[in-house]
Design a protein around this ligand. Sequence first.
Ligand code: HEC
Ligand code: HEC
Length: 308
Amino acid sequence: MAHKKVIDPITGAETTGHVWDDTLQEFNNPLPRWWLWAFYGTVIFALVYWFLYPTWPLGFTERGFTVGSKTITFKSDSGEEITTHWNMRALLAKEMQTDELELKRKEMVKKVAATPFDKIAKDPEMANFVLAYGKGIFGDYCAACHQRGGQGVIGHYPNLVDDSWLWGGDVADIETTIRKGRKGNMPAHKGTLSATEIDQVANYVLSLSGEKVDATAAKAGKTIFNTKGCSGCHTPAATGMKALGSANLTDKIWTQANVPGAKDLAGKLQAVKTVVSNGIQREMPTWESRLSNEEIKVLVAYIKLLAQ
Ligand code: HEC
Ligand code: HEC
């Protein structure tokens, strides 16, 4: 609909020609320049963006969307150079290879992997790195059982920070534990020992770590310990054997029998009797196939540092 130019008599500006409520009119001013240019700018930006980056979800295209012309080149973990259309995942991969912190982390992991443990412990930079990076790996894979701080759960998962070991605390032992896993196995004795015998042997076991027990019962218990198979696994001195993962019973450190949680001697005896009656079957999983050599090395160093 063509309309006649109407000029507002007071300002001299053109109006749209419409009148509401007798007098109300609307000026027909041009759009401000800055606004118009900004608008054109966004249109051009959108076109350039569309051309360079993944933009439209179009089902008939190869990937289901337009990929744009911009590319990213990065090295895969195997060292192969990969060029792909621009995308966040490739960008992250590239940043992981060029980011300063990430490069430093990789360099430190290599350094730790090539350094013997006693040197790692003495080098504050490496030790701090192992504590920080190891904490992350431990949190991801181990803490579910051994708890965040590595203190374990008595009766379920051994404490890794007390420097007392079922399977040996040398770096080689700990590495084997992590790589191959371990099966802790003590047979149940409720079928082979009477209740009295179990009570006697429990008295003996507690006497080994200095508990004030019934001396007569403990004496009888000692004989049972040395004739009914206990000493075969725990040694006659009851200090344990790392080849079997059999606990040291003389050190006041308990991993399965909840002696520290008992209020009185009766409770302590009960804790030991329960273990002797029911035996123990528990398993540390193997990690060889799930963690890299470097991660295992960092974990061993981490555990050694925690247990110091
Ligand atoms: C599913 C639970 C579970 C997870 C996860 C687990 N462990 Fe264990 N771990 C155990 C159990 C159970 C034992 C005790 C085995 C036994 O009875 O001798 C154990 C034993 C160990 C020991 C030997 C302790 C000793 O006294 O000799 C070390 C070291 C250890 N784990 C380290 C690790 C590390 C490192 C990780 C993470 C990579 C890990 N564990 C993950 C359950 C677990
Ligand atoms: C076949 C070998 C074997 C025999 C036999 C055996 N034990 Fe054990 N015992 C073990 C192992 C292995 C462990 C540790 C298991 C684990 O932590 O997963 C253990 C753990 C224990 C514990 C728990 C220690 C703790 O720190 O909580 C007690 C107590 C114990 N044994 C007492 C005895 C007594 C008493 C006898 C004899 C009646 C006996 N054991 C016979 C292998 C044996």
